[in-house]
Design a protein around this ligand. Structure first.
Ligand code: URA
Length: 248
């Protein structure tokens, strides 16, 4: 059967929204839209070409979408193609289907990176208007004073403008946990430098609801459908959400 004749509840179930029956219930309750219009039960879709949302959260339904979580080691470039021939992140995950990194970690930054061929989710995870929080552990030079931590929290002046308020916790002397949701170039390094504590080592430990868990540096794993759904929810702007309980 071609993707063009797939039943909506089948595509939703394949994407991990629940059993076919519970996906039928979502449709019957009017919680599912196709290209912005509330879907009726029995609707068939081409999952590659329509935008489907549940409670306003856009759901990736194309059959060949893959989502990997990589724990990037230092020394690897965040790109799918490096003309200089350096090690690249896409070499650390399966090559087929082709995936690309979502956002960028500096070559020396370690930690979580999503690799996917899901352009819609990639856009939402990186665009500042969706505000998906990313958490870092920053090993910095010296011991930041309370005033320095306060400045990091409230926003520091960078050459491309002040930073938005951030969550900052002192984990140990010289070790900060920093959560930001802007994702400007080298932002954490520049913030720490601006308050007089250059970063010595930087590790991204969380992207929205997804933490590093037991994934070792240099290793990847597939994101489970419920994890992809949780990323989609995290990457939904408040104005896009509609009523009803969140999708499973
Ligand atoms: N902030 C940085 O400074 N570098 C990164 O790689 C990510 C966030």
């Amino acid at each position: 059967m071609s993707a063009a004749s797939e039943r909506l509840q089948k595509a939703l179930a394949r994407a991990g929204l629940g059993s076919r029956r519970s996906c039928e219930e979502l449709i019957e309750a009017g919680r599912v839209t196709v290209d912005g219009a509330v879907a009726r039960l029995g609707r068939r879709i081409d999952a590659d070409s329509v935008v489907v949302a549940v409670d306003g959260v856009v759901i990736g339904l194309a059959a060949d979408l893959v989502h990997y979580l990589l724990n990037k080691p230092a020394g690897v470039v965040t790109t799918a193609d490096d003309p200089q021939g350096r090690p690249i992140v896409t070499d650390l995950a399966p090559g087929e289907p082709r995936v690309f990194p979502v956002g960028r970690l500096d070559i020396d930054t370690e930690g979580l990176l999503v690799l996917t061929n899901d352009g819609e989710l990639a856009h939402r995870l990186t665009h500042p208007s969706f505000g998906v929080p990313k958490e870092y552990l920053a090993h910095v030079a010296g011991r930041p004073s309370r005033a320095a931590v306060r400045a990091l929290r409230s926003g520091v002046d960078l050459d491309d403008g002040p930073t938005a308020p951030a969550k900052v916790a002192v984990v140990a002397p010289g070790l900060l946990r920093i959560e930001i949701h802007e994702g400007r170039n080298r932002q954490v390094r520049r913030m720490c430098e601006a308050v007089g504590h250059p970063v010595r080592r930087l590790v991204r430990t969380r992207i929205g609801p997804i933490g590093v868990g037991s994934l070792r540096p240099g290793r990847w794993r597939r994101l489970e459908p419920p994890e992809v759904r949780s990323l989609e929810r995290a990457a939904t702007a408040p104005g896009e959400r509609t009523g009803g309980p969140p999708p499973r």
